[in-house]
Write a protein that binds this ligand. Sequence first.
Ligand SMILES: Nc1ncnc2c1ncn2[C@@H]1O[C@H](COP(=O)(O)OP(=O)(O)OP(=O)(O)O)[C@@H](O)[C@H]1O
Ligand SMILES: [Mg+2]
Length: 261
Amino acid sequence: MSSIALLRVRGLSRRFGGLQAVADLNFDAWSGEVLGVIGPNGAGKSTTFNMIAGALTPSAGSIEFDGQRVDGLPTHAFAARGIMRTFQHNKPFPSMSVLENVMVGMHTRIACSLWQVVAATPAAKHAQAHAAKRAAELIEFVGLKEWIDADVATLSFGQGRLLEIARALAGEPRLMLFDEPAAGLSPSECLRLADVIRAIAARGIAVLLIEHDMRFLMSLAERVIVLNFGRSIAEGTPDQIRVDPAVVEAYLGDLGALSRA
Ligand SMILES: Nc1ncnc2c1ncn2[C@@H]1O[C@H](COP(=O)(O)OP(=O)(O)OP(=O)(O)O)[C@@H](O)[C@H]1O
Ligand SMILES: [Mg+2]
C-alpha cells in the first residue's frame, strides 16, 4: 500500500426525493487493497458505487481519484481515468468469441483510429495483434484459457462473470468496483472468483467489494465499511466488524449473516 489514498470520499451524499440513500460518507481506498462494503438491504451500498463509478451524481460531497476531483465529470471520464465496475448482469456481446469480447473492452485504449482499422494499415494490424495478445493474457488470468475461441453463448453463468472481469481489466483499471459478484455462483465458482479478486488486488489495483456472502467477503477484505440507512456505522478489520455492537445491532434481523462469516 502506498501512503497516499487512491480514492478519497468525503461527505458523500445522495438523495432520491425525500429519501437520503447515502449520507455524509467518508472513506479512503488504497491501491492493492480489497475494501469490503457491507450493510443490510437498502443501506446505500449500490448507490455509493454508482456515484464512484460516475453513473450517479452526488447530492453533496466529493470524490477524489488519484488526487483529482472526479465528481461532476461525465460518466465516460470515470472509466477513462481507470475506474471500472462489473455489472450484476453479464452483458457480453452476442455471437462473438471470448477473445473478441475482451478485445472490444480494449478499444478505448488501442492507439489507432477507426479508419485505420477499416483501411487495415500496418499500424492498425500491429495494434490489433498487440490487443489480441493482451486479451489472451487477461483471459488466461481469469481462468478462461480453454474457452478463448468459444462463442460467449456457450459459457456458464460463472464463466460469464469471469469474462466480464477480463473485459473490465482490458480497460486497464486502477480501481475496480464489484457489486455482489458472487451472487448466483456455485461454491467452486465462488472460490475461483475469490482467487481472481485476490490476484487483481495483488496487481496493485484497488478493489471495492459489496457482498452479502459474508464468508466470501471476510476471506478477501482487509478492511470493511458497514453502512446502515446510508451512513457508515463501523469501519475496521473483519474481526473488529464481526463483534462491533453497532454492526450486530444493524444485522439483528439477520444475525445468521454475521455468524456464517
Ligand atoms: N434510482 C433510485 N430512485 C429512487 N430510490 C432509489 C434509487 N436507487 C436506490 N434507491 C433507494 O435508495 C436506498 C439505497 O439503495 P441501494 O440500492 O443503494 O441499497 P443497497 O445497499 O445496494 O441494497 P441491496 O443490498 O438490496 O442491494 C434504497 O432505499 C433504495 O430503494
Ligand atoms: Mg445493492
